[in-house]
Ligand binder design. Sequence first.
Ligand code: F6R
Length: 606
Amino acid sequence: MCGIVGYIGTEEATPILLEGLKKLEYRGYDSAGISLYDQGQIETVKTVGKLAELEELVQQEKPSGQLGIGHTRWATHGKPSTPNSHPHTSSDDQFVVVHNGIIENYSTLKSELKEKGYQFTSQTDTEVIPHLLTEYYDGNLEQTVRKVIEKLEGAYALLILSKGEPDKLIAVREDSPLIVGLADGEYFVASDIPAILSHTDQIYILEDGEMAAINRDGVELSTVDGKPVDKEIFTVDWDPGMAEKAGFEHFMLKEIHEQPEALRRAVAGRLNQADIHLDEVGLTAQEIKDYNKIYIVACGTAYHSGLVGKYAIESLAEIPVEVDIASEFRYRDPLVDQDTLVIVVSQSGETADTLAALREAQNKGARVIAICNTVGSTIPREADDVVYIHAGPEIAVASTKAYLTMLIAFYMLAIYFARAKDLLATERSEELISALKELPDQVAEIIEESEEQIAQLAKEYLKQENAFFIGRSIDYAVALEGSLKLKEISYIHAEAYPAGELKHGTLALIEEGIPVIALVTQESVIEKTLSNIKEVKARGGVITGITANGVDEKEFDYSIKIPQTDQLLTSILTAIPLQLLAYYVAVERGCDVDQPRNLAKSVTVE
Ligand code: F6R
């Protein structure tokens, strides 16, 4: 989705803005631009395409100034084009604006403004804002912004510059993230922490309905209706190096390699001998016993982690779990009340549908636990309890380390619930916890031992436009994630099926040479899965089996081994070869691995 950066200070703003925008490239974008204020003039440079094209233009036009705003746009209203890219300027050249989000009532506002004679140069919803600023300007920028905000419906994070009020930067948000970074005599604004992390770790996190008026002497925080806001400074505990590639060819590969460490961070301080410490979940044992149902609600990869969560919670804590896609849950009047526990899962903490689902659940009286990666983002701030997964910044659009740490969060929650309900004997709990502790090393071992093999195997898939992933029980849940990973970064059409379901229709698609990736780890159904593999093999499918030692591999054309672990926990290990396979296939096919076409990292629109 779109990215925002702003700067006011004593340095030349252009390199700071461009560097910030680069750090936000991972969010996905199709055009970019910057505006700089200098000595009563505002200069804007913007273009469709990637930042390299903007940089070229900047080289030619050399905008200058120590105050500026920048934006990467991911088209929603109006195609990717230079006129539609941000910043947008008012017809009288007095105001420039960058905007993340969607102004839902823009067409009404646009008609009203057109009747008053305002000329529009773009198809965007955003362009109404600079014109509204002109319409309502009364000599005081903050007051004018407040009047404009009153007219807007929808979601926005806005940065505004005005020629008439030099040396001032206004930032305001509603349903779209925005942070203000504080350093010595200079201030940074961004939609996302990595954009400013190399300059400061001291930030204000703006809440919905809050505004920051920033000049070189400081930041004045207020609500949009004018009440002063007193806010604590938040210290970001990410190391700036975490948001760099560190020698890897792509962020995705780096993030796959970071998974052992991410898992260690996710469990740090939470695993005891036989118990799980999750003090951040404020439920009493009685409350846990009283829940008759759990809903897990999320999107995409986070949703897939919830499918594994269902197996873990149902099998250990014996609470029925329904897993729902957030964009469906929010509109289908779900049967949720105070006896239902809702768990929402989100890496970014800003996904619009997941946030709406959380609010829907709370409105119906349910308590909501968030499993989240991004500290200070909206979802954990609104949830009743938060389990942070501590994966560190995930830059590649395709989620890997966040997925793995979501899985381990679910395993911890399942054991925690089961112990609270006295359903898990100490011995079994100790067994599971000791297996959890081994997982980071086992993940490292899989990467070490199978990466080269998978890189070679990836070459086999180059000629194929279709692939299938099969498995039973937890293996099926992971197969869904493997299939999503392959399609989103390599653009190969991939489907995941419960192995036993193929013969009910999909087997018709299996023909000579079709790659089928089979996950075979669940002891109780190994024989059944092997029979399904035979059915595929008989029709020409080429089988890559992912399994632990001891499974009959004679039907496999290729075999990838995972170390032995508890049956319930295999998802954490089987996910690794699938991530590596998707990565190497995408590389072989020359795809833009970190920023796949049409996709964005943080999906803040419906
Ligand atoms: C796929 C992927 C997406 C996200 C989904 C939810 O690799 O990353 O499917 O999982 O957009 O995002 P979050 O977790 O930020 O709510």
